[in-house]
Design a protein around this ligand. Sequence first.
Ligand code: B12
Length: 210
Amino acid sequence: MDAYDALRAAVIEGDDLTARAATEELLSAGHDAQALIRGALTPAMDEVGRRFEAGEFFLPEVLVAARAMKAAQELIQPLLARSKTPPRGRVVLGTVAGDLHDIGKNLVAAMLCSAGFAITDLGVDVSPDRFVAAVGAARPQIVGLSALLTTTMPAMQQTIEALEEQNLRADVKVMVGGAPLTGVFAARIGADGYAPTAAAAVNLARELTP
Ligand code: B12
């Protein structure tokens, strides 16, 4: 088993100590932080999601996997942020109101950060008003909305409407993502773009900030 396999397996099994050790080993061997996200962390969480859907995993297993992923991410995040060049653009990012899922959103934040964007991460369960306040304060080029529940998808539209009401919509591009979303849904609620993965989110953010 190579170190990538070890990291993937540790996250899937929810073994945070091994996840941390494998991450340290890969980073000190000179592996790129982005490669770890693409090659180990994202596929591991995809597999956790698959096992949960298949009834092979239950919530406790999912939670310990998420904790193991966070242990790895804590080591990776400072490396992604360490850049002296001015940011390529500013992104305000959050999981919409009523929704507590943040694993995918955190991966998007990490990948955007490593691509040179400055991120204001508002966390989870972010109300339309909080998005509006953050956009007003940070004046980003992009606001990114994440939702994992079909019941919280309408909060994306409410957030876009709140930006319109405060006359902020024209100055900011809205990109949306999360497992239940589609490009059709994104277009229907008036978003500027949808991306299905963190890597695709980076490409989309680049397109939206030419
Ligand atoms: C982990 C998880 C949890 C964890 C969340 C931990 C955390 N800190 O995030 C916990 C246990 C807390 C949880 C709770 C609940 N969950 Co849950 N959860 C999941 C699970 C298994 C995996 C989600 C995940 O992390 N995937 C891995 C990441 C990497 O993928 P991702 O989030 O899709 O993100 C990628 C892309 O979508 C995209 N992306 C994401 N955000 C953004 C944003 C932008 C701007 C862009 C461009 C792209 C982008 O890039 C990411 C990286 O590639 C899914 C099942 C699944 N297969 O999705 C269920 C799932 C989402 N949960 C579900 C449900 C119902 C719940 C609960 C209501 C409780 C329950 N009965 O299970 C609560 C709700 C709590 C709440 N109010 O939010 C359902 C939703 C069903 C539905 N139709 O809405 C799912 C689909 C499981 C199921 N089949 O029942 N959950």
